[in-house]
Every structure is written in C-alpha cells, then in structure tokens.
Design a protein around this ligand. Structure first.
Ligand code: DGJ
Length: 728
C-alpha cells in the first residue's frame, strides 16, 4: 500500500480506491502532490509550476526566486520562516523565537497501525488491515524531530494522520501549536460542509463556498461542543448526497479543537486540524515528546452518502470497542423527562412495572439519585446513594426481577459547591486562586489534570458499581470549562491544563470500561455537547440532543448521521407538548423519528392512554424486528430535513436483501404536493415486497421510478415507514 520512489522522491499511499502522494522537494521540504481516486502510477508533474511571486520569499542561500514556501503545497508547514499562511507547528524556544522549519530526515513503513498512548483512535484487528508511514523531519536549530504518521487502510478510503514532536535539545521548549494534520490543495472550485450548532440544536449541516481568507471551525469550551463538531468536508461544487468528490476530516478528540481552512493568494486551500492552539502551550523537556490526537480522513467519490458510509463503518467497526460494539442495543426507558429529579422509590417502581409489559428492555435512572440531590444546585461529586430518597439495590433488583436491565446516570467530571467533596477538597476545582469561579448550572468542573482527582472519582464510582448490579451507564457532562488553571502545576505549564484535563477524562473512562467490560456506556453532554469520535472510542452510544421534539430531531439526527453511525445515535419518544418547543406531534411521528436511530422512551408510561400503550407495543415489536438493520445497516439520506418539507431516510442491509424507508412530512398544505422518493443502493436485480402494501417491486423500479406518498394525507408532522424484503 505504501511505497517510496527513491528516484522521484515520491511517497505513494494507495489502495484500490484512493491514492495520496507527496514528495521531498529541494531543501527537504515535503510537498503535497495528489489526493484522490487511485492512480496506477505517478509519472510526472512532480514539480508544481513555480513562479517568481512578489512578496513571497525564497529559501535561505537559494538564488531560485521561483521556489517559495509561500505557495508550495506543503505537507506540514513551519512558522515565521517564509510561509505566510497558517502554520502547522509553532514552538517557542529559550531565546523567545517562535520559528519552525522542519526538513526531511528519514522514513519508516510499518505494517498495521501503531497505538497512540492515552488517546482515542481508530485501530486495526490485524496488521494486514493497514500500513503506516512515519516520516521524520528535523529542525536543526531547535534540535527537534517531528514525526508525521500516515496510516492507510487496505479496504477503506481512509487515511489517518497524527504528528509527534520530540525535543532533542538540552533545553526545554514550548509547543504552542501542533496540528494533527495539514492538507494543501491546488485551486479548485470547492465548497465546505461542516456541522455548527448550539445547545438543543446540535450538528446542523451547513455548506458554504470557500473564498480567499481564513475560516475557523473550533471550540474553546474544553469540550468538542454543541456549537461546532470537529468535522469538515471539502467538496466539489457539484457534489451532492449521491455524486461527487468529498475530502472529509474528523478529529478523534473531545477537547478544544481547531479546524482552519485558508484560501491563499492564489486560491490554494490549506486545511489544518488539531488541538486548538489558543491558550495552548506545552512544555517539552529534553528527551520528551508530545503526541497530537488523530485525524481521520475519508475520501468519497460517491457524494456525502458515500462519505457517511465510510465513516459509519470505520467508527462502528474500528473506533468503537468492547462487548457492545457489534451487539443489538436494548430499548431504553429513561425517567428524566418524566420526573426530572422529583421521584421516589414508588414512582420508579411504577415506571418499571408499566414499562415491562410494553416490551421495553432497560430502565435508566437519570439524575437525582445521589448525595442529597433534589435539584441541580447540589451533590455533584458525592457518588453515594441518597438513601432518604431510594434504595438503589431495591430499584436495581425490581428492574431485574421485571426481566429488564438497569442503567444509572453519572456526571463524573463535575462538582457542586454544596457537596461533601467540595467541603473536603475545594482545591479539586479548576480555578485561579483569588478569582471568582464562573458557575454554569450552578456547578463547577473538577481538575482532571490531577491524577488524584481522577482516582477519587474512580474509587467512588467503583464502589457503586461493585455494590449494585448495573448494566448501563449514562455519562453526562453539563457545562464547559472556565478558569482553566490548576493549582497542581507550575506557571509555565498552565497552558497544558485543558488538554491534560481531557486526557484525565479519557483515563477515567479507560479504567472504567476495562474494569466493567459488560456495562453499556452512553455518553452525553447536556445532549450532544461531546458527540465526537474521541468519546466513541470509550462509549459506543451518545445522546445527541436534549431536544426530543420530533420535528427538530429530523435535522439533529440527519446532521449527526453525516459522520456518526446510527448504532451510536440514540433517540427517545417523549411526551407532548414537547418540553423544549411546546410542539405537538403525533405519537407515530415521534416513534418513527426515534426508531430511525437507537431507540427508546423518555416519558411516564403511567401517563399513556391505552391507545398509546398499544402503539408503544407495536413500535417496540417493530423495532426489535428491525433493529439490526437500523443499527448496523447502511444509512442513506434521500431527501433532506435541511432543505425541504419532505424528508426521507433509508437503511439497507449489507447483503441488500432488506431495506427500511422512513418518510416524514413536516407541514401539510392544500397544494397536495406530489412527492416522489427514489430509493438508493438496492440490488436492481432483486425483487422486494413492501410490508405496508404487500406489493412487489423490482429494486431497479424502486430506485428509478420511486414511490409516491399519499398527497391527501392531512395534518402536520406525519410519517410513513415501509419495510422491503427480498422475495424470489
Ligand atoms: C442533561 C442530559 O442531556 C439529560 O438527558 C439529563 O440527563 C440531564 N442532563 C440530567 O441532569
């Protein structure tokens, strides 16, 4: 998969679908050559056309006025040494300089994919699955090495990247920026697709043209955030869901990140992705190294649906881990929207008793069971049962006796001022002595850069998990980081705390999943505030939004689906009027939206009418029958929730023997719109029977002729679901 042409000095990373090429140019600069569909060989355009460009400098000691770092497509550019575009690496040395100029030194090709210590990452199950190139560059003035790592998967259009800098000098220096990757591209008419949002409105797919200047997608919240997902895709102008080229980048990281897109003086593109360098500075002592998180790069020639398919498979099969990775996920009932923290033992028992005959498989007890917590003003950090409120053994036993699994909510990274932990260890909080601490939801953030703080929480959680039979954990995180400062570190290391904090979070998760391999973990951060590939490495599910309004969920789930596999996207039916929007949607619509993800309920089953209970039974039975297809099939967006009134999504089994088609209409109109939905990725030669009408259609027919919806169907927020099964 990876070769080096000694004569042309070209590295070629190719598999059957993609090629990625770069060369070693004069002076040892690494120059990007090509990224796209596989080419059989490379014969030529080795030298990028060179121009003597005004105000673009040349290499020291070189008389060649056409050779400039400022317009060369580079693999990883330095700072303040001739490339005026955004740098990938900035290092502050003893003399105060921030210059970096790394030149080629050596390379190594390795079978498989080396592990990154303490960081989430994609992995291989055998060395045949991938090959890795490590290119070492050196800056002789700083006396530092830079290792750029590229892994190409054999059977996927995927290249992962990361970077590591090693201090080979006798003095400490400060890494102020180290991108996980850089991608420089020749001028072309591209668009950018990305996923901005906010609390309750996460991952809203947006597309914009790319113009000269810099556009930044980032987070400085200490979390990947609701507000911007660590994902970006550069697409051809004519790319849509089904056609066209896509170059997508996803950071496997849950902390402060920055993805910058620069279009330079001649409209060349530079994409940089990595830890956010704002407020970042990492002291590197002689002999030490600093490792960046990983970036996953996906290339699709089949539009955005093509990209999605690659991400879904990779994240599900080679980022998510553990016993639950390939297992069908249980149908949950969570008490949060039903009771919030106002519950007692009798109420919980009633929820379990009502849920059991409906076929629901797991009861999750959300916030409010610990310390003396009855509202969100206290007790975070006190992970022991509020025995005045409930007997947790009893709740777990009742749930298990009902034949259901039992899940519990934690928010391990947080602390309330009103808690025993705070009384004992006020210094455990991220804060700067002498400065007021910003409150959010009336809580503070524990300093997870300190191992003893992580140990304290680990021990408390283990005590509960060793004592009570728990099958599932919902891991919440309800505020962002402020006053990021740690009493445990010296002044010259305070720029490390945000990253050290997230490494502490990862270490706690790793210890817990290792010790409790049977537990199913679901991440959450006030909904989807940390829905990223980093957390997926530890937890195969994520609650994508607190917003359970079926209409709003269409966009949230569709945006999330761009990258994250449907087995990881959870969706619950809640009561109406919706708590966030006050919108009323039908029980069927709510069920059909939630069933197009990993399904559950978040309501009081005792408040359901008999007719609604009957619907729950039907939904549960339908979902159990089809969940393998929803959670592990291929997902396609046919008609988008972002652009129209009519939405359609499809799941197809890997062998194309069955498919599920979910169709939604937002608003009704007397126009009686005629809507035709063409299915996708079926086998044209197979025949399929529609479970709703009993009619048999050819796959070719469903894909080319399509299906009509009933235009006379009245009412807002309606849905139709068709299951297609191959018939001979
Ligand atoms: C925010 C979560 O997203 C909700 O689902 C719920 O768990 C609350 N936190 C509990 O405080």
């Amino acid at each position: 998969m990876i070769t080096f042409d000694e004569q042309q000095k070209v590295f070629n990373l190719s598999n059957s679908s993609i090629s990625y090429l770069f060369s070693i140019e004069e002076g040892g600069l690494l120059s990007h050559l090509y990224y796209g569909p596989t080419i059989r060989g490379y014969h030529g355009e080795r030298f990028y056309p060179r121009v003597d460009r005004g105000f673009s400098g040349n290499l020291p000691n070189s008389m060649d006025r056409t050779y400039s770092k400022d317009d060369l497509l580079q693999e990883y550019s330095g700072n303040n040494t001739g490339d005026f575009r955004l740098p990938a690496v900035v290092i502050k040395t003893k003399n105060g300089a921030r210059m970096t100029d790394f030149r080629y030194h050596s390379y190594k090709i390795i079978d498989g994919k080396p592990k990154l210590d303490g960081l989430p990452q994609s992995y291989v199950e055998s060395d045949q699955e991938a090959q890795t190139l490590e290119v070492t560059l050196r800056d002789d003035v700083i006396k530092a090495d830079l290792v750029l790592t590229y892994t190409i998967y054999r059977d996927r259009p995927v290249i992962t990247r990361n970077a590591r800098v090693i201090n080979r000098s006798d003095d400490a220096f400060y890494v102020e920026k180290l991108a996980s990757m850089q991608l420089d591209l020749t001028k072309q008419d591209y668009d950018l697709v990305y996923l901005p949002g906010q609390y309750g409105v996460e991952r809203q797919t947006r597309r914009k043209s790319i113009d000269q200047g810099i556009f930044e997608m980032s987070s400085r919240r200490g979390a990947s955030s609701h507000h911007m997902n660590p994902f970006a895709a550069i697409v051809d102008k004519n790319t849509d869901e089904f056609h066209g080229n896509v170059m997508a980048t996803l950071l496997v990281y849950s902390g402060n990140f920055k993805i910058s897109l620069e279009s330079d003086q001649i409209d060349q593109i530079r994409l940089l992705a990595g830890i956010n360098d704002d407020n970042f500075s990492w002291k590197l002592n002689p002999g030490e190294s600093f490792q960046t998180p990983e970036a996953i790069n996906v290339y699709s020639t089949k539009g955005l649906n093509g990209m999605t398919k690659v991400f879904h498979h990779l994240l599900r099969e080679r980022v998510a881990r553990g016993k639950w990775r390939d297992r069908q996920r249980p149908i949950i009932i969570n008490n949060w929207e039903a009771t919030e923290m106002n519950f007692d033992a009798a109420k919980l028992e009633q929820i379990v008793e009502e849920a059991k005959p409906l076929g629901i498989e797991m009861f999750v007890l959300d916030d409010g069971w610990f310390g003396h917590r009855n509202d969100d003003n206290s007790s975070l950090g006190d992970w022991y049962v509020n025995t005045k409120k409930i007997d947790l053994h009893k709740v777990a036993n009742q749930t298990h006796d009902a034949g259901m699994k039992f899940g519990l909510w934690f928010e391990p990274e947080m602390i309330s001022k009103d808690s025993d932990l705070y009384k004992a260890h006020p210094d455990y909080v991220l804060h700067e002595p002498g400065r007021g601490m910003t409150l959010a939801r009336n809580q503070l953030v524990l300093d997870f850069s300190r191992p003893e703080v992580v140990d304290n929480i680990f021990n408390q959680i283990c005590k509960i998990l060793d004592d009570v039979d728990i099958d599932y954990i919902k891991w919440d995180c309800n505020r962002n980081l402020t006053e990021v400062y740690s009493a445990a570190y010296p002044a010259n290391q305070e720029g490390e705390i945000a990253h050290r904090h997230i490494l502490g979070v990862y270490s706690l998760m790793e210890r817990l999943i290792e010790r409790y391999p049977d537990i199913l973990f679901e991440s959450c951060s006030g909904g989807g505030g940390r829905d990223d590939a980093g957390l997926l490495y530890y937890m195969p599910q994520c609650w994508p939004s607190d917003n359970t309004d079926a209409n709003e969920r269409l966009r949230i789930q569709e945006g999330t689906s761009l990258v994250y596999p449907m087995s990881s996207v959870t969706g619950h039916v809640s009561a109406v009027p919706n708590g966030h929007t006050a919108r009323i949607t039908s029980f069927k619509m709510r069920g059909d939206v939630a069933m197009s993800s990993t399904f559950g309920y978040e309501l009081d089953p005792g408040a359901l009418t008999d007719a609604e209970k009957a619907q729950v039974k039907e939904q549960v039975a339908f979902y159990k029958k089809h969940r393998q297809l929803v959670q592990f099939g291929n997902f396609y967006r046919l008609q988008s929730a972002f652009t129209g009134n009519h939405v359609a999504w499809e799941f197809v089994s890997p062998d194309k023997s069955e498919a599920l088609l979910f169709m939604y209409r937002k608003l009704s109109s007397v126009r009686y719109e005629i809507v035709n939905t063409k299915m996708y990725a079926l086998d044209p030669d197979k025949n399929y029977q529609d479970s709703v009408t009993g009619k048999v259609y050819g796959g070719d027919e469903l894909m080319n002729v399509g299906l009509f919806r009933d235009p006379t169907h009245k009412g807002d927020f309606i849905s139709e679901v068709h299951y297609f099964k191959e018939v001979k």
